[in-house]
Design a protein around this ligand. Structure first.
Ligand code: MF3
Ligand code: CO
Length: 257
């Protein structure tokens, strides 16, 4: 199926999904502490999403067994919540969540920093967030998908980090994953990608490694881990391409991005 251009009504539903998702992330950022299990985080997140009458997008998606992906340190994404995995004082905790409101999805990720995280890893988390904002400067009509990835990659690599190649951002809307793919990097032969047009809604989600970019999948077929065991950070928002600057849909008034 070709990329979909959302109607005003669809965008309104995605704004509401995004608002509730931003509130969910904000509440999780306040509540997640060392000593909790990653399963506790999932339970709290699911309760918040359901308290707004929404459905967690990820639960049972392709068999994923939870509502929130909780990925510690060297886990890049899709960590499965586990009651035996206890968050430590020096962990970074990446939380990826999706909300469905009246059939429309919003998808966003944040990486939380526990109190004893080193300055070096704090910087990785900060730059990963900045990568997103560098990327979406290019998310304007007339530019192409590859312009976003080029900006993310240049910014990450200029800080000495590497960009994960095996996972990409994506269109989002009536489905969690729609066309087009939104890579955080450029590759010879991959082309410029689709031209950006107002009404497109995409999830831009840099996954940035402190060490090398190589990753592997654990035996559960979900958990993605860095090959070198070094930390990885993730930051994601659902955005709308407009006539001018992109609009971040996964945000809420008074809540910092
Ligand atoms: N947010 C993830 C993504 O952007 C989705 C997680 S996959 C799931 O692709 F199965 F956990 F839902
Ligand atoms: Co996503």
């Amino acid at each position: 199926m070709a990329v979909s251009i959302k109607s005003k009504a669809e965008i309104e539903l995605m704004r509401e999904a995004g608002r509730i998702l931003a509130i969910t992330h904000d509440e999780l950022a306040k509540q997640v502490k060392p000593g909790m299990s990653t399963k506790d985080v999932d339970r709290i997140g699911e309760e918040i999403i359901r308290s707004y009458g929404c459905t967690p997008s990820f639960l049972n998606y392709n068999g994923y067994p939870a509502s929130i992906c909780v990925s510690l340190n060297e886990v890049v994404v899709h960590g499965i919540p586990d009651k035996h995995r206890i968050i430590q004082e020096d962990d970074i905790v990446s939380l990826d969540a999706g909300v469905i409101y009246k059939g429309y999805h919003s998808d966003a990720a944040r990486t939380l920093i526990m109190p004893a995280v080193s300055d070096e890893v704090r910087e990785l988390v900060k730059v990963t967030r900045e990568c997103f904002f560098e990327g979406i400067k290019e998310a304007v009509p007339g530019k192409h998908i590859a312009d976003i990835g080029r900006a993310v990659q240049q910014y990450a690599e200029s800080h000495g980090y590497s960009v994960v190649r095996d996972l990409v951002g994506h269109g989002v809307g009536a489905k969690l994953h729609e066309e087009p793919e939104v890579p955080n990097f450029v590759e010879r032969g991959r082309g410029r990608g689709m031209k950006l047009r107002p009404g497109m809604t995409i999830a831009v989600e840099p996954m940035i490694n402190l060490g090398e970019f190589d990753v592997y999948w654990e035996d559960d077929d979900w958990t993605v881990v860095t090959e070198d065991g070094m930390p990885s950070a993730h930051y994601e928002n659902t955005i709308l391409i407009t006539e001018g600057e992109p609009e971040i849909l996964s945000q809420a008034p008074g809540i910092p991005l």
